[in-house]
Design a protein around this ligand. Structure first.
Ligand code: GCU
Length: 421
């Protein structure tokens, strides 16, 4: 009896806190009908029926729309040089199971320099090249593992005052299942996302964006790139570095991003086909979730976050989700024919798990053009029942987070697509 009362109380509390966000819908019965833009119809109204038409006409059209209307245009980076400095190398990392390397990236436009720190773990004793996961961490490389040799990156000090609990080593280790990743024969490369674009208002001068021509001239171009564009660009720079590591198999690079980084991972994967597996975890609005499905976070909310993650043109769709020329299934489809995986969590209603599932589901027709297999039903699978086609998906118990369960599925998915089983 006591349990029932407690459960009831928790349900009431949970629904109160869900409803407490004004203007945010969490009631499935109140999701209005919506019509998605046609993935396989060009802006001129022509049907796409072949891979050739998709690649030559529709895909470039969608890339242009996502650049001009949502994430901003990635500028030409010919003027940006990157140097690498190997700072540490430890063959006894992770209890001897891996070799860690810390590499300083120095980005330069000839006048100004910025630095970022890569933390790389490579499994010991592997014969031949190894596949790799690339992903940003939120709280610094030091947060991903309790290891005193891990260096703090410069930009972390800008965003967290001394003594803040985020300085603690390993404080987000639960989000990085290094033992599993290394144990399954993968390398993993991570960097603090603040190193590329500090995610606090007023710090744009410390972002890579500040190195590009035209920065600081007061331009308010509607398609100017912002934080997500920069994070996506930065993950491609990690790939450039990995290509210099003889032990890394550059045909087997996966990117994994959580939440805002789940949005950025999709945008990185759309632009950089060196990512052969793209994983977007709990990415929600502006990521895998369909914007037209009015549930959880809205464009008005996500586009108001400071510093801006999206380009200014995106703001015109606040409250006008139904008028966008694109929706997120079309972003997911840009990964084809490469493998893409979307993951959700039951208690992450803000991110709209069903909208994330449907975003992945409606990307399917492009996979079918390639003779590949998307998600087969518009009904979500049950909890802990992953689907591992060329488009993959799972929903797990629990909150907005990256857990060991998620990593084990990501590894299964990568194994399948990298031919490891
Ligand atoms: C906020 C934001 C989400 C985002 C999340 C995160 O909740 O509204 O869009 O995904 O932060 O990145 O943790």
């Amino acid at each position: 009896m006591k349990t029932n009362v407690t459960t009831l109380f928790l349900i009431v509390l949970a629904s109160f806190s869900l409803q407490a966000q004004p203007g945010i819908n969490y009631d499935e019965s109140k999701v209005p009908d919506y019509v998605l833009p046609e993935l396989l119809v060009t802006q001129k109204g022509e049907m796409i029926t072949s891979v050739r038409q998709w690649e030559n006409v529709r895909r470039p059209e969608l890339m242009e729309l996502f650049s001009s209307q949502m994430y901003g245009r990635t500028p030409d980076d010919a003027g940006i040089k990157v140097r690498y400095e190997l700072l540490t190398e430890n063959p006894a990392a992770l209890g001897g199971k891996a070799t860690s390397k810390q590499v300083k990236f120095i980005f330069s436009n000839g006048k100004k320099e910025l630095e970022a720190l890569l933390f790389l773990l490579i499994p010991n004793g592997s014969t031949g090249k190894v596949p790799v996961f690339v992903g940003y961490n939120f709280k610094g490389n030091h947060s991903t593992l309790n290891d005193t040799t891990i260096l703090y990156s410069k930009n972390f000090a800008l965003v967290k005052e001394p003594g803040h609990p985020d300085w603690e080593r390993g404080c987000q280790a639960s989000r990085w299942s290094y033992d599993d990743i290394i144990g399954r024969g993968y390398a993993v490369a991570t960097m603090c996302y603040h190193d590329i674009f500090p995610d606090r208002p007023g710090l744009k001068d410390y972002s890579v964006v500040s190195l590009f021509e035209g920065y600081g001239t007061g331009s308010k171009a509607p398609d100017e790139w912002q934080a997500i564009g920069a994070w996506a660009w930065g993950s491609s720079r990690i790939v450039d570095y990995l290509a210099t590591e003889p032990v890394i198999d550059t045909d087997k690079i996966a990117i994994m991003g959580h939440s805002r980084q789940g949005k950025a991972a999709l945008w990185a994967g759309a632009q950089d086909t060196r990512f052969k597996v793209v994983i977007s975890n709990d990415s929600g609005e502006g990521g895998a979730a369909l914007s037209r499905r009015e549930y959880g976070e809205s464009i008005a909310r996500v586009s108001s976050i400071q510093p801006a993650w999206f380009c200014r043109a995106f703001n015109q769709y606040r409250g006008k989700e139904q008028e966008r020329p694109i929706d997120q299934h079309e972003l997911i489809a840009l990964m084809a024919p490469r493998a893409v995986y979307v993951a959700s969590a039951v208690k992450d209603q803000w991110a709209d798990p069903k909208g994330e599932y449907l975003g992945a589901f409606y990307a399917g027709p492009v996979y079918q053009l390639y003779g590949l297999k998307g998600l087969e039903s518009d009904e979500m699978p049950g909890i802990h029942q992953p689907i591992m086609n060329d488009v993959g998906y799972h929903i797990r118990e629990g909150k907005h987070d990256v857990t060991r369960y998620d990593w084990l599925r990501f590894l299964d998915f990568a194994d399948q697509h990298f031919g490891k089983r």
